[in-house]
Write a protein that binds this ligand. Structure first.
Ligand code: IMJ
Length: 188
C-alpha cells in the first residue's frame, strides 16, 4: 500500500545491479471478516483494501520495474481459480483476483513493445500461511484430490516449475495469460 517503499526497493536494485530481468509479484490480503462473513456483507473498506493490496499493487510493482528492464523482462503474479468461479469463503479475494488477471492482460498488451511479458500462475490450494485459518480448507483439498486427473493436489515444486517457465525464454510466446498449474483440476 506504500508506493514509496516499492520505489525505494527499485532504486536500490538500480544502484546495485543496474537492471532487472524478472519480478515475482506474490502478495494478497483481505480482512479476516471479509473471508468469513457472507459475501453480500463485504464492506466498502474491506473491498477497497483487498483490491488495493491484491490487484493495484501489481501496477505499482510493474511501474517501478519497467525502467530497469532495459532488455525486456518477465513479470508474473500468483492468482487463484476463485477469480473465475464462486469458491466458498474466497469472497472479495475472488473479485480482487479477477481484477488482478485483467490487470495482467492490460499490462501485457501495453508492455509487449518493450519486450516485457506479464503473466499469471493460477496455483491450486497449497498449505501456506495464507491458507491457514480457512475453515473449509481440508474440504477443498479433498475435492481437488477426488476430481483432478492425478487425484492429488498441486505441489509447491510444480508451482515453482510453472514460474520458471513463465519467467524464462521457454514461455517467449506467452503474454497476458493465466496458466493453471493445478494438476488439471480446473478442466476436469
Ligand atoms: C482463502 C480464503 C478462502 C478460501 C480459500 C483461500 N481457498 C484458498 C485460499 C479455497 C485456496 C488461499 N488463497 C488462494 C488465497 O489467495 C488466500 C488469500 C488470503 C488469505 C488470508 C488469510 C489471513 C488474512 N487475510 C487473508 N487474505 C488473503 O487475514
Amino acid at each position: 500500500q506504500n508506493d514509496a517503499e516499492v520505489e525505494g526497493v527499485y532504486s536500490e536494485i538500480e544502484q546495485k545491479w543496474g537492471g532487472l530481468d524478472f519480478v515475482v509479484h506474490s502478495v494478497a490480503y483481505a480482512g479476516k471478516e471479509e473471508l468469513r462473513a457472507p459475501f453480500h456483507h463485504t464492506s466498502r473498506e474491506g473491498f477497497r483494501t483487498a483490491l488495493e493490496v491484491s490487484a493495484y499493487s501489481l501496477i505499482t510493482v510493474t511501474r517501478g520495474a519497467v525502467p530497469l528492464m532495459k532488455n525486456g523482462g518477465a513479470i508474473i503474479t500468483l492468482t487463484y481459480l476463485g477469480s473465475q468461479r464462486a469458491v466458498p469463503n474466497y469472497n472479495v479475494m475472488g473479485v480482487a483476483k479477477a481484477a488482478l488477471e485483467a490487470t495482467v492482460r492490460y499490462l501485457a498488451a501495453e508492455l509487449g513493445e518493450k519486450a516485457i511479458r506479464v503473466n499469471a500462475i493460477s496455483a491450486g490450494p497449497i498449505r501456506t500461511l495464507a491458507a491457514s485459518g480457512i475453515s473449509n480448507f481440508s474440504e477443498i483439498f479433498g475435492i481437488m484430490e477426488n476430481r483432478s486427473p492425478m487425484h492429488r493436489s498441486v505441489t509447491q515444486d510444480e508451482v515453482g516449475k510453472s514460474a520458471l517457465y513463465m519467467l524464462s525464454d521457454l514461455s517467449s510466446g506467452a503474454r497476458g495469460e493465466t496458466t493453471y498449474g493445478a494438476t488439471g483440476y480446473t478442466t476436469a
